[in-house]
Design a protein around this ligand. Structure first.
Ligand code: APR
Length: 244
């Protein structure tokens, strides 16, 4: 059970944290957007033009997520929470690997692939424990279902809530994101002035904005190491030996 008197770790994750679980990132040379152009599968215009193609794209992603397993980074964060640290996770990821690792406090900024939602009423959501969404699958109001994900050009419904969480951080741990997408990346600007931010990403040296500590390692190595230090000392801090 998280203890509200404990220092508050806010974790902001991107697709890089799930890379070692076998889920593709987006912007690498061999990333998802190189294979499937954004404007053909991840915009409202794409949906209007060719909904079958969009559904097929997300049906394939969903199968990939179901096959994947949480890795050492997801597990370390869940272990930290189990030990009594106060941990809030804000993820850009649409997979459920944080939850399957055992994290209980997870906010999905860009939606969840394992849910469908109505195209006429976003509040009408349906879990997808198996199978995909096909043309003709309808909500209780009779309209086509779509994946419960945020497409480019759509608003990010939980962004305000995410800003409030970050504003209460004692430390912000950012993992596996190129910080290329707004408004998500601007979350880093909402940390309190005395709360350090640290980025764990193999490309951290190139990606971290000024003032953000860099740990240039894959998530499956860098996150468990950080967590080991925190658990051993019972506090959140930035070990200099891991930086670089
Ligand atoms: N561990 C940690 N980070 C890694 C690893 C790894 N093993 N492998 C790759 N990365 C890093 C890359 O260095 C890169 O910085 O993951 C990051 C992935 O960046 P992007 O592909 O841009 O993905 P992300 O930042 O998650 O994208 C944000 O953009 O397309 C939208 O909605 C989509 O949520 C997504 C958002």
């Amino acid at each position: 059970m998280s203890d509200p008197r404990q220092p508050h770790l806010v974790v902001f994750t991107g697709s890089g944290i799930s890379a070692e679980s076998g889920i593709q990132t987006f912007r690498a040379g061999d990333g998802l957007w190189a294979e499937h152009p954004i404007e053909e599968v991840a915009t409202p215009q794409a949906w209007r033009r060719d909904p079958a193609r969009v559904l097929n794209f997300y049906n394939l992603r969903r199968e990939q997520v179901r096959r994947a397993r949480p890795n050492a980074a997801h597990k370390a964060l869940a272990d930290l929470e189990r030990q009594g640290f106060r941990v809030s996770i804000i993820t850009q990821n649409i997979d459920d690997l944080h939850e399957r690792a055992g994290s209980r406090n997870v906010l999905h900024l860009h939606g969840e692939i394992l849910k469908a939602r109505s195209t006429v009423d976003a509040r009408m959501q349906y879990p997808l424990p198996r199978g995909g969404i096909e043309l003709g699958d309808i909500c209780d109001k009779g309209s086509q279902l779509r994946p419960d994900v945020v497409w480019f050009g759509e608003s990010v419904p939980h962004f305000g809530e995410a800003c409030e969480i970050v504003a209460e951080a004692d430390m912000l741990l950012v993992v596996g994101t190129s910080l290329a997408v707004m408004p998500a990346a601007s979350l880093l600007e909402h940390t309190p002035l005395d709360a350090p931010s640290v980025l764990v990403d193999p490309e951290a040296a190139a990606l971290a904005p000024p003032g953000v500590f860099r740990i240039s390692q894959p998530a499956g190595k860098g996150v468990p190491e950080l967590v080991r230090h925190w658990r051993r000392e019972g506090r959140l801090w930035v070990p200099e030996t891991l930086l670089g």
